[in-house]
Design a protein around this ligand. Structure first.
Ligand SMILES: [Mg+2]
Length: 215
């Protein structure tokens, strides 16, 4: 069996910081979304897809350096906070490993971003060599490509994979890949209705994860 962890919101508590930075960066370009609204619209998607959604909203292209400038602010936010691992997730991953269950990471984020966020929170070494990014496949979440790529790379059949996700596009991607989806919905901004409707099994505490996986 293979447990595939999403990164943002599942391994690291990056969503409030990243979406605050995104929300602020959009204001001069005519999009006045609160942090919550930004999360609702963009969470779980690749940066490329987020930019496309924003450009469709304003009906114009964002400047070429928009992403680069915003990333500088976001990364500084991760350093300042500092970014934390999601409560209990390290112990859950260790417990799965001790039970002989394989683990990996599959994120809409770029590898370099994960090197930074997983590095800051002490998770990079645990997952190194088993970290997959949407940049490695043609279509990001909600398409199944990334989770299928992770399963193939780890030599595990899709039906033998369990995905841990916190976003609706992520749960949709897992279900499209024929995988069980456990939806971590502890965060105040979690879209519980959407996660459930997409086929995710909701849970609120990472300490429950090993038991849920082995069910
Ligand atoms: Mg996520």
């Amino acid at each position: 069996m293979l447990v595939i962890f999403d990164c943002d919101g599942v391994l690291v508590d990056s969503e409030p910081i990243a979406n605050a930075s995104f929300s602020k960066a959009l204001k001069p370009h005519g999009i006045d979304w609160s942090v919550e609204e930004t999360m609702r619209r963009l969470m779980g998607r690749s940066l490329k897809s987020c930019v496309e959604i924003c450009e469709a909203e304003i009906g114009a292209k964002l400047p070429d350096d928009f992403v680069e400038k915003m990333q500088v602010v976001t990364y500084q936010g991760f350093r300042d906070a500092p970014l934390q691992a999601i409560a209990g997730v390290k112990d859950a991953a260790l417990a799965l490993q001790a039970a002989g269950i394989e683990t990996c990471v599959a994120s809409s984020g770029a590898l370099e971003k994960m090197r930074f966020t997983l590095g800051l929170t002490g998770l990079w070494d645990f997952f190194e060599g088993r970290i997959f990014s949407a940049s490695q496949v043609k279509r990001g979440k909600p398409f199944p490509d990334l989770f299928l790529h992770a399963a193939i790379s780890m030599n595990v059949q899709p039906f033998d994979c369990v995905v841990v996700e916190d976003s609706v596009p992520g749960v949709e991607a897992a279900r499209s890949a024929g995988m069980r989806a456990l939806a971590y919905a502890a965060a105040p901004y979690a879209d519980r209705d959407g996660l459930g409707a997409a086929g995710g099994f909701l849970f609120n505490d990472m300490r429950q994860l090993p038991e849920l996986v082995l069910e």
